[in-house]
Design a protein around this ligand. Structure first.
Ligand code: MN9
Length: 311
């Protein structure tokens, strides 16, 4: 039971936003989905990030989602709210709202679209981190333009900046960041494909899309690495990659994860346009593919048990 960022650890879903077929935020579905995630031994929730399709939502919807989720979660696990927006002003508004509703921390991608220079990005984080008393987790992700290690280190010197969510594949940067940032600076792996390697490098947690649907597999990976069972961890990670590839190759990753969950009776809703959803026949194939991977790899996934129970 905690709202402390230092307890934001382990396997952390980058939570899906639950939209109905008409693209409205589904409040009841959101509550049910959060309860589903909380039934696993996850270390926290990361809200309204890329996986939450946040840049397809307006600020009011983002704030409403935070309110609903905070009501469901209470202080069961720490919740970090991604507040990145097109302007510093809009991000600050979201940050203050997250603070008011009990978030353990905030996070943000760097401002993107316009090619802001390093100083402008630095000031964005400085202004945002100074706008509340919450800890800030900087989010370094290729989608918004990767920041250099030097820039991450410079940002770590801002008082409220307490960590980084690092979604790059250049994992050698993880120890570099750790060595050069203040003691206790928290590092989160953001690339699900590299989950076990991130854990082996001693990250505080892994935050990602696929922990919405296969949290049980990643909890096993986490435990295997912690038990120094490298071969089990590598084997399980290889199996997780099969599932990630199926999701990526489907052509609409969030829609695919949502279809898998719905197939198991979990109310995950649909992706928002311009992401596409699947026709019923395509969904059936995606469910079959997931079940086939589970069987071939002997995984016994929770979601597959649910899918089979409904078939
Ligand atoms: O960092 C996620 N990245 C994006 C979070 O949403 C762009 C990851 O969890 C990826 O979705 C995942 C699949 O490539 O690693």
């Amino acid at each position: 039971m905690s709202r402390d960022i230092r307890d934001f650890k382990g396997v952390i879903p980058a939570v899906l936003s639950i939209f109905d077929q008409d693209e409205n935020l589904d409040e009841a579905g959101t509550r049910d989905f959060i309860r589903y995630l909380l039934s696993f031994d996850i270390g926290g929730l990361y809200l309204t990030g890329s996986t939450g399709e946040t840049f397809l939502m307006n600020s009011q919807e983002r704030m409403r989602q935070v309110e609903i989720v905070m009501e469901e979660v209470g202080d069961k696990v720490p919740v970090v709210v991604h507040v990145g927006a097109m302007s510093t002003r809009a991000s600050i508004e979201l940050a203050r709202h997250a603070e008011k509703f009990g978030a353990a921390g905030i996070s943000s991608v760097p401002p993107f679209y316009f090619k802001f220079n390093e100083d402008q990005i630095f000031h964005y984080y400085e202004d945002l981190a100074g706008s509340t008393s919450l800890p800030m987790i900087v989010y370094n992700i290729p989608l918004a333009g990767l920041m250099t290690v030097e820039q991450v280190i410079r940002l770590s010197e801002i008082e409220n900046v307490k960590g980084v969510k690092y979604t790059a594949t250049a994992l050698y940067e993880v120890p570099l960041i750790r060595e050069r940032c203040k003691p206790g600076f928290q590092i989160y792996g953001g690339c699900d494909e590299l989950g076990s390697s991130n854990v082996a490098l001693g990250v505080d947690g892994i935050i990602g899309s696929f922990y919405n649907v296969i949290p049980d597999l990643y909890l096993k990976i986490w435990q295997a690495v912690k038990a120094s069972d490298v071969s089990t961890a590598a084997q399980l990670q290889g199996k997780a990659v099969h599932i990630i590839m199926a999701g990526l190759h489907s052509g609409s990753m969030m829609a695919c994860i949502k279809a898998w969950l719905r197939g198991g009776g979990v109310p995950a809703g649909y992706a928002r346009r311009p992401f596409s959803n699947f026709m019923p026949e395509e969904e059936r194939k995606l469910l079959e593919e997931l079940c086939a991977i589970d069987e071939a790899d002997g995984l016994g996934l929770d979601i597959v048990r649910r899918i089979k129970a409904r078939a």
